[in-house]
Design a protein. Sequence first.
Length: 520
Amino acid sequence: MSRSVGLQLPCLLEGRCGHLIALFSGAITPLGFAPLEFWPLSLIAALGFLITTVFCNLKTAILRGWLFGIGFFGVGASWVYVSINQFGQASVALAAFLTFIFVCGIALFFAIHAALFRTIVSTNKNSRLGSIWLGFPAAWVLSEWFRSWFLTGFPWIYLGYAPMDSWLGAWAPITGVYGLSFWSALTVSSAFVLVQTRSNAFRIAACGTMVLPWLAGITLSTTTWVKPAEQPPLRIAMIQGNIPQNLKWNPGYRQQIIDTYLKATLQNIDQQLIIWPETAIPLLLDRIRPSLEPLEQRLAQAEVGLITGIPSRESDGEGYRYFNSIVGLATAQGIYHKQRLVPFGEYVPLESMLRGLIRFFDLPMSSFSLGPANQPPLSLANDQKIAAFVCYEIVYPDLVAKDARNADYLLTLSNDSWFGDSLAPHQHLQMARMRALENGRFLVRGTNNGISAIVDPKGRIVEQSPQFVATVLRGEVLAMSGQTPFNRWGSTPVLLICALLAAAILIQKRRQQSTQQQLT
């Protein structure tokens, strides 16, 4: 270890002790997210990732990154077990095994993260701390971005979600969640440098980068990026049917499901828009549409729109392609097909090998096709536009930003019944709140069994339903005019800055190595 890194920690971090610290740090990171939301713990855990990977060689760093990932996803994505065991009808042992395999596989993202970080960190004693200081946040953001798209992506619980309700959250309309991840990781690396350096100038600079982004958030919190449009509020009612997942696709239970939504809808016909959740009716749109015509006529006469999640199909000349869709009925118009599908839940990777192997690989509606890009928004009678997203799609910041540019409201329909009483519905809502904050739009979230919610443009929950009850959530939303910087530019500026930082640090490292080789 270089003498420029002054704190002596090898006894604590050597061997298995360091491995356990990495695993433990990963496991406590999700406690900073919803529902506990003790966000300082996530920053402490990120510091654990830093110190366990920087005081060792590259091979050990990769192992510890993987262990951090196992802890991170073992807790943060523990809800996978619920889906496999309760709804995939796998035994406890098989569900635990499959969950373990999933966690170990997806934890490799943090192994790659550790490899990237250690690759760009300088070995030169004069520049080592500087490369850690700026390289750590750059590597963190680039790793999260890589995780968002590789092998269809898994952009779940980024570090930036943890402090969204702190002063740092005011950066979200400018930088998005990646920017919050950058500031959070920079806070961690600045604290590390502050302890390690012997240079007073370095200490002052580290203090500045550790504190100033948070203080700037106070000023930014008073900045108004958007304002209400000159239109009256839209009155909405979200029907939370609380349909048991194990009965939803049972044909004998279908009419009871339909009656549940019809009855609740007619009781709320005084609203302007009624919303049903994802795949509310377990029947294809073209097959149920004739039965819904009397309801559509009744709603149209009352000048009420209906938006529902529903499976649909389109002919491709040789057969049908099936979609997980959202459709506007009565005075609401348009149809949207989901563009980001959940592996195993909505399509089966390596289908020819896995389909039929166990019941988990034969879940209902697990043969969907991807919807096309650049689909038009749904529209209401007053010509207002709604950017619609199905379930998991709401966690993709740039997908939402792109569609939100031409919309007055954001809408996400979900069926979190798959996750039972786990962390997932709370995490899912927190990430949806970030999309409202990033884009400066009201967001409406309709679910089958909770948590349904109305979120304002500041990311604050205005109305919220309880979980696991059949209820109707009523409220009002306002169309907003104007754009936030993030809505206009997306994540590109932050990602570009991080890529340039990482490249500059790596180039400097290569030059120093080349110079040293020439001298020797």
